[in-house]
Design a protein around this ligand. Structure first.
Ligand code: NAI
Ligand code: MG
Length: 477
């Protein structure tokens, strides 16, 4: 049974209650995590404040960077252990879980190097003045983490926040806490002062809500569903707490007839199969120039038909979905597609020997999906692609931009002028040309427009969101 990790110690939940931990590969409980409430959150925020006002806050940027680097190495030293935990808790095929450990280690490595390179400016002003800016930490930052990539999303948000000098309170998703509790323990082992990194587990409506409401929180990073994201912003507004929101998407892959199909097909398949489609930046729509439509469908269908789904330990192309309700959500989308007469162009298979009770969904390729259909508009968060044709560049842009989301987009074409022309017209936070980064790219600023959220994570850019700019004007003449 797992406790909270607060002030570098294990702390039992005030409620005395625990939430079952389920293995998505067989649907069985194998552990339990603390059900945190407002009291636990308050204790964690207090510990973080004391760290910020104390030993952690006094460290130089260079010292912070060294600790982050030590943590990065420590995580790599525990790759297998962390990958096993993540794989069992989230149903990830082991190779995906191992890649996630590499990614979190890389985040801490990147932000270790960035910590002492975050600088202010001097500003030319009236004569007799010197004006400079300081980038100061926000203070105590709250991090509400989803279940799809716990390790990676912890790395990208906590890594940047610590580098900027903040202390952190982390609320993992109720379905995926185990790896982050272990990471928190490792932060203490490498020497982060007590209270610098605290993990409070629990339900969103309870512990997550309490974190959002807490007046001692100076910034919130939220990754999750659009509805909850909106609610978090509304609640945080009570204390004027700034929020960075990452709310997923319906990201288009735009394929022109002149594209290199051999290069495109495996990337497009991986961009939806990775993590069983439970990726904010999953490439869930494929828009194809009409003259190449049948050929592209045939190639993608061939690839889809070979995909195999199975338990995390069998390390297939796809693992199970996170929980039963997520499977029901994806199944409801597919039922609707069937009722509306949409055609399945290709589908994977469940492997023999997959345990009963696992939350398995085979990858499914749907063709001729009308642009207004729910399958073309809403985030499924499962291994399902909606494919549709376009006639020309203008039509492609209209379709690509024609959802409420705007996270990632890709263009597959050999025409260099077209690449730049269209990249400028796409409303998305990231545009990939002849490649696609579903979740990848630690160094690359990432975030959405429209319903995909606001603020930027990853890369150096993320550091600005975790700081407050102070302007100092000195009159000396
Ligand atoms: P969710 O938005 O409920 O969960 C995300 C995080 O928010 C979890 O840590 C949860 O405990 C927390 N949370 C929930 N209610 C809260 C509240 N009232 N106050 C503060 N925190 C709260 O997402 P859910 O229900 O697990 O998944 C539903 C859909 O959301 C998915 O099918 C997918 O479409 C989308 N989603 C998108 C993600 C992304 O990476 N952008 C990640 C997870 C879900
Ligand atoms: Mg689990």
């Amino acid at each position: 049974m797992q406790q909270h990790f607060i002030d570098n110690r294990w702390v039992a939940p005030a409620s005395g209650q625990y939430i079952p931990v389920i293995d998505p590969s067989d649907g069985q409980q194998f552990d339990a995590v603390a059900q945190g409430n407002a009291h636990d959150v308050d204790v964690a925020v207090g510990a973080a404040r004391a760290a910020f006002d104390g030993a952690w806050g006094r460290m130089t940027a260079t010292e912070r960077g060294r600790l982050l680097q030590k943590l990065s190495q420590k995580l790599l030293d525990h790759t297998e252990e962390l990958a096993q935990l993540e794989s069992c808790d989230c149903g990830k095929p082991l190779k995906q879980a191992r890649a996630d450990v590499q990614a979190i280690a890389r985040y801490f490595e990147f932000y270790a190097g960035a910590a002492d390179k975050l600088m202010g400016e001097t500003i030319p002003y009236q004569s007799g003045y010197t004006v400079l800016t300081l980038r100061e930490p926000q203070g105590v930052t709250g991090h509400i983490i989803p279940w799809n990539y716990p390790l990676q999303i912890f790395g990208r948000s906590v890594g940047a926040s610590l580098a900027a000098g903040n202390a952190c309170v982390v609320k993992p998703a109720e379905d995926a806490c185990l790896s982050l509790l272990r990471v928190a323990e490792l932060t203490a082992e490498v020497g982060f002062p007590s209270g610098t990194i605290n993990v409070v587990t629990g339900f969103g409506h309870e512990a997550g809500d309490a974190l959002t409401r807490h007046p001692g929180i100076n910034h919130i990073s939220f990754t999750g569903s659009p509805n909850i994201g909106k609610r978090v912003v509304q609640t945080a507004a009570e204390h004027h707490t700034p929020v960075t929101l990452e709310l997923g998407g319906k990201s288009p892959q735009v394929v022109f007839a002149d594209a290199d199909f051999d290069a495109m097909v495996p990337v497009v398949v991986n961009a939806i199969v990775q993590n069983a489609g439970q990726t904010c930046s999953a490439g869930s729509r494929v828009l194809v120039e009409r003259s190449a439509y049948e050929e592209v469908i045939a190639r993608l269908a061939q690839a889809f038909n070979q995909l195999r789904v199975g338990p995390a330990t069998m390390d297939m192309d796809c693992g199970p979905l996170i929980r039963h309700s997520q499977l029901q959500r994806v199944a409801a989308f597919l039922d609707e597609a069937r009722r509306d007469g949409l055609t399945v162009a290709g589908a994977g298979q469940l492997v023999q020997g997959a345990p009963e009770g696992g939350f398995y969904q085979v990858p499914t390729l749907l063709r001729d999906v009308p642009p207004s259909h729910r399958l073309a508009q809403e985030e499924v968060f499962g291994p399902v692609i909606a494919i549709m044709p376009f006639d020309d560049e203008a039509h492609a842009v209209k379709l690509a931009n024609g959802t409420e989301f705007g996270l990632v987009a890709s263009l597959w074409t050999r025409d260099g002028a077209r690449q730049l022309r269209l990249a400028r017209q796409l409303r998305a936070g990231q545009v990939f040309i002849n490649n696609y980064g579903a979740g990848g790219g630690i160094e690359l600023p990432f975030g959405g427009v429209k319903a995909s959220g606001h603020g930027r994570e990853k890369g150096f850019e993320a550091l600005y969101g975790f700081t407050v700019l102070k302007t100092i004007s000195i009159k000396h003449d």
